[in-house]
Design a protein around this ligand. Structure first.
Ligand code: 5MM
Length: 342
């Protein structure tokens, strides 16, 4: 482990009110997003979309780090420049998603466990030579009748801690992502209870595994009512519930909390992050930032739709969304900052 290097990378990822861009969709997830917009689900289309992202002028003004997928960290622009070099030249730190996806948890119908620990030490060594300085691993916690079970929470937390320790051994900052899903009709209070238990368990396992908290980033869900819950709390109520929960369970040594957007609309995710920073920033021990995929990419993909002629407009919207989130880190976001198309 190289503690100073880990600390410096983690601090750089949350510096200057910038945040992370999660462009680490697996092939299946990216194809699903493309299919929704009638974009061809091909290797070429995925490479072109990611070239649009990494070459977007001004992206480095708002984005400190980009999480890549295995195929993307090996990709180059059509002019032959590796994406990793394009990012570094733009002042963006390359990162890599290293989990191998979700599988059904044996003995626990309806629950998931994340795979990918086998061979991870060797993969991390290779990703490091390819330029990755941080990594990401996502666990999924589903809310439903009788779930999540204690077994699911503990197993996923243990695996997250083993992953994080392996990353730090390789000099790579781990992003630890335990996601409590927003799908369902559960209340905000139910999400709060489960999020608190999950995070408390994750930090317990991280401690046992001797993960250096100063050299990691937490990537949690916001505390939200389920998507189909009839009661949808206000932006300020979500901000209060989320920050109150985090303050109970996230140690002050952690440099940053970078939220996922989880299927919220792009503008709502930003408004909620903005409310957290506007109301609490001065008294928080960690940076409250973003590690969004859909809440940055989706509006741009809707403009692009796989058509070359739309690339410039899509890049502008992508950077605009990233800048809106940077403003939210300062508590200075307003809906009027959104660049509307057409
Ligand atoms: C929860 O998903 C992560 C954050 O994205 P959103 O802001 O859209 O919620 C994201 O990094 C996710 O892990 C990737 O999109 C990869 O997902 P898959 O399922 O393809 O590994």
């Amino acid at each position: 482990m190289r503690p100073q290097q880990l600390i410096e990378t983690a601090r750089a990822l949350v510096a200057d009110d910038k945040g992370l861009l999660a462009m680490d969709e697996s092939v299946a997830t990216e194809d699903k997003r493309f299919a929704e917009l009638n974009i061809p689900q091909t290797d070429d289309a995925r490479r072109a979309w990611r070239e649009l992202i990494v070459t977007a002028p001004g992206l480095g003004e708002a984005i400190s780090g980009a999480i890549l997928f295995d195929e993307t960290i090996r990709h180059s622009t059509k002019d032959g420049i590796p994406f990793v070099k394009v990012l570094i030249d733009a002042g963006i730190i390359p990162g890599i998603k290293v989990d191998a996806g979700l599988t059904d948890m044996a003995g626990h119908p309806g629950e998931k466990i994340t795979s990918g620990l086998d061979g991870l030490r060797e993969r991390l060594a290779e990703y490091s030579t390819l330029g990755a300085r941080f990594a990401k691993w996502r666990a999924e916690i589903i809310l439903g009748d009788g779930i999540p079970s204690r077994a699911c929470i503990e197993a996923n937390a243990q695996i997250l801690a083993l992953y994080a320790a392996l990353c730090q051994e390789a000099g790579i900052v781990p992003i630890v992502e335990p996601e409590v899903l927003m799908e369902g009709d559960h209340s905000l209070e139910r999400c709060r209870e489960v999020t608190e238990e999950v995070l408390q368990t994750v930090f317990d396992k991280l401690y046992t595994q001797r993960v250096m908290l100063e050299g990691m980033i937490l990537k949690p869900n916001m505390v939200l009512p389920g998507l189909t819950c009839p009661i949808q709390e206000t932006v300020d109520e979500v901000a209060d519930a989320t920050v109150t929960t985090l303050l109970r369970v996230v140690p002050a040594a952690v440099p940053g909390v970078a939220f996922l957007s989880g299927g919220q609309s792009a503008e709502l995710a930003t408004a909620r992050l903005n409310a957290m920073n506007a109301r609490f920033k001065a008294r928080l021990p960690w940076a409250l930032t973003f590690s969004f995929a859909r809440a940055i990419e989706e509006p741009a993909m809707e403009i692009w739709r796989g058509v070359d002629a739309n690339t410039h407009a899509a890049q502008q919207r992508l950077v605009n969304r990233a800048l809106c989130n940077r403003a939210a880190r300062r508590g200075e976001y307003a809906a009027s900052m959104e660049a509307k198309q057409g």
